[in-house]
Design a protein around this ligand. Structure first.
Ligand code: ADP
Ligand code: ZN
Ligand code: MG
Length: 483
């Protein structure tokens, strides 16, 4: 039996975080009281209310297309995709069928240490549907409720070519896509809240074959984990069918999270079944090329480029760079700190250790962190210069984190400067030697560890402010002097 290879193409829907809907001025706030963010346009009521395109949504779609290396259409159209369903009040969805915003792009992922390009077939704008709430579960629901707040919320749909070869590649692609879209700040991309949704098309074929096998389309995967598991399950299911000489039925299947299986939902509709045609209420729109250039200029350095720079320019280990570029805000915090204090590894360690520790503890995001990057830079500099000890730095850091005050202010307020004056420390060292004859005897008798206790006593007397290296040195000197 020849080897079977799996073939996967993804269709990803991303909710844009515009304030208003795609074709009307209704708000898009998540979690609002059901059916309070609706109007005649998004409800499809009769009476002459006409759709008007949200410029911001188009700008976001263009930015996303650019960030995914797509060509931008010179002219776009909006088309009606017709079908009946209870969550679709107009009886059609406005989408882009004939002239989408972006085409022929790609995303790079790293597979087994090699860069692999996943081609993007197209990126288009469309409106979301309403939301059905099935009372008593999807299969046994006696009745359902519908919330139209989501109807008309702008989405982009990103369609890949069938270039993906495993569940792992699908997950890597999706993570990269999410990182990029977060960097350009067009969506929060939260899978658990449905602002990033992924359908996976899966088929198998003899390895090396040019033709495609029958595919199934998997829906309802609402975490990275379920995308991975759903695809993995479906590949195995299809493999077994083919091995037994049976064929794969083209159908839409539902990922059952609880039982970890896919179930047939309905036969696959062909695109012709939707009778797409241009929406007569929305004329074709010319996309101004200088506007596109302006949008291109507003795109920040993207995750891949930033990762490369962190490794090459800052000399950070790959793992540090990966972790820090996973979030644009963290990466920018690092950049901003290094602009004041250029010790990449020290800053990276501090961010990964102390900063993330407190953020997690307080269940906060970096955007609400009160510490200014230059303040962190100065804190670390004070340690380097011996003004404060590493231990003091951690205490000061907690205070900085809580209050947003600069390190100098806190040092001054608490009188926290490290004592590095030999005269002052010399006196305290002498006192400690006098007060602890047993430890002195131990030390002189060869128990070198006894010095740790004596250092501790000096630290106690100075409330932790003595410079520990200096205390060590002075103690050794004085102890041998006296012997
Ligand atoms: P349909 O006509 O069923 O909507 P499309 O050709 O429009 O199919 O493709 C939809 C998605 O399915 C794309 O992401 C594409 O890459 C993927 N796809 C198409 N054919 C296959 C296949 N045989 N196996 C896996 N994925 C496929
Ligand atoms: Zn509306
Ligand atoms: Mg299609």
């Amino acid at each position: 039996m020849t080897q079977l290879e799996s073939v996967i193409g993804l269709e990803v829907h991303v909710e844009l975080h515009t304030k208003t809907k795609l074709f009307c001025r209704c708000r898009t706030d998540f979690g609002a009281e059901p059916n309070t963010q609706v109007c005649p346009v998004c409800l499809g009521l009769p009476g002459g209310a006409l759709p008007v395109l949200n410029q911001k949504a188009l700008a976001y779609a263009i930015k996303a297309s650019l960030a995914l290396n797509c060509r931008i259409a010179k002219e776009i159209t909006f088309d009606r995709k017709n079908y009946f369903y209870a969550d679709l009040p107009k009886g059609y969805q406005i989408s882009q069928f004939f002239q989408p915003v972006g085409t022929k792009g790609y995303v790079e992922i790293e597979v087994d240490g090699k860069v692999k390009k996943i081609a993007i077939r197209q990126l288009h704008l469309e409106e979301d549907t309403g939301k059905l709430i099935h009372l008593g579960g999807i299969l046994s629901s006696p009745y359902s409720r519908v919330d139209f707040n989501r109807a008309g919320v702008p989405l982009i749909e990103i369609v890949t070519e069938p270039d993906i070869r495993s569940a792992e590649e699908a997950r890597l692609f999706l993570q990269k896509l999410r990182d990029i879209l977060r960097y350009i700040d067009i969506s929060d991309c939260k899978m658990q809240e449905g602002s990033l949704r992924c359908d996976a098309n899966v088929s198998v074929r003899p390895a090396g074959s040019d033709s495609l096998g029958n595919k199934t389309e998997l829906k309802n995967m609402n975490s990275f984990r379920s995308v991975y598991q759903g695809i993995e399950y479906e590949i195995n299911r299809q493999r077994e069918l083919v091995m037994r000489g049976e064929s794969v039925l083209p159908e839409t299947r539902h990922w059952d999270e609880e039982n970890e299986v896919t179930r047939a939902m309905r036969g696959k509709l062909a695109s012709a079944d939707y009778r797409c045609f241009p929406d007569p209420n929305i004329p074709p729109l010319k996309v101004d090329s200088s506007w596109v250039e302006q949008l291109a200029d507003s795109i920040p350095e993207l995750p891949d480029a930033r990762l490369k720079r962190f490794v090459e320019d800052y000399g950070l280990p790959l793992r540090d760079a990966q972790l820090l570029t996973g979030s644009r805000e963290l990466a920018e915090f690092l950049d901003a700190t290094l602009a004041h204090y250029r010790q990449p590894k020290a800053v990276s360690n501090w961010i990964q250790g102390e900063l993330l520790r407190l953020l997690n503890l307080e269940n906060m995001g970096i955007t609400s962190c009160k510490v200014k990057p230059q303040d962190l830079g100065r804190l670390l500099e004070m340690v380097d210069k011996g003004v404060i000890s590493g231990k003091m730095a951690k205490d000061i850091w907690e205070e900085m984190f809580a209050s947003g005050k600069g390190p100098e202010t806190i040092v001054k307020e608490k009188g926290l400067v490290q004592i590095s004056d030999e005269n002052i420390l010399g006196q305290i060292v002498a006192e400690v030697i006098q007060e602890n004859p047993n430890s002195v005897k131990d030390y002189l008798g060869g128990k070198k560890k006894a010095i740790g206790f004596l250092v501790g006593q000096v630290m106690k007397k100075t409330k932790g402010q003595a410079n520990p290296q200096l205390v060590n040195k002075l103690l050794r000197e004085k102890l041998t002097e006296g012997s």
